[in-house]
Structure formats: structure tokens, C-alpha cells
Write a protein that binds this ligand. Structure first.
Ligand SMILES: [Zn+2]
Length: 75
């Protein structure tokens, strides 16, 4: 026998949450740059990738944001 419980999903803002992480990606070849907190490292990686591949002119920023399930009332 078990009981069902309602949950809501929300961004995890608790102190022990995983950090929000940023990764650059080349939109031409799909190669991923390093993942880090904050976005300061993205453009440096993109410029280095562009120097190695001069025809790779478009990029993406991938943001990884932690979420958590918050328990609610028992059904
Ligand atoms: Zn590329």
C-alpha cells in the first residue's frame, strides 16, 4: 500500500543547489566548450574555436539550471 503525494517543480534556489552552469556550443559543428559558472568563459572559447575554424560563425549559450521537486499535500 502506498499514498500519492502532489509535487510541484521549481528552480532550485536552496543553498545546496547545483550552480547554474554555462556552456558554449558551436552551432556549425556542435562542438562544446568548457562548462563553468557565470558566462565569462564563453566568448573566449568561441573566439579560440573561430580561430581554428574560420567558417564557424554561429554559436549557442547552453544554460543548465537546477530544478527541484517540492512535496505538497498527500492525496
Ligand atoms: Zn565549430
Amino acid at each position: 500500500m502506498f499514498r500519492l503525494r502532489e509535487y510541484t517543480i521549481e528552480p532550485d534556489l536552496e543553498p545546496d543547489a547545483e550552480p547554474i552552469a554555462f556552456t558554449g556550443q558551436c552551432a556549425v559543428c556542435g562542438r562544446l566548450g568548457p562548462t563553468g559558472e557565470g558566462g565569462g568563459h564563453l566568448t573566449g572559447w568561441m573566439l579560440a574555436h573561430l580561430r581554428a575554424h574560420p567558417d564557424h560563425l554561429t554559436y549557442r549559450e547552453i544554460i543548465t539550471r537546477p530544478y527541484r521537486a517540492v512535496p505538497g499535500r498527500w492525496l
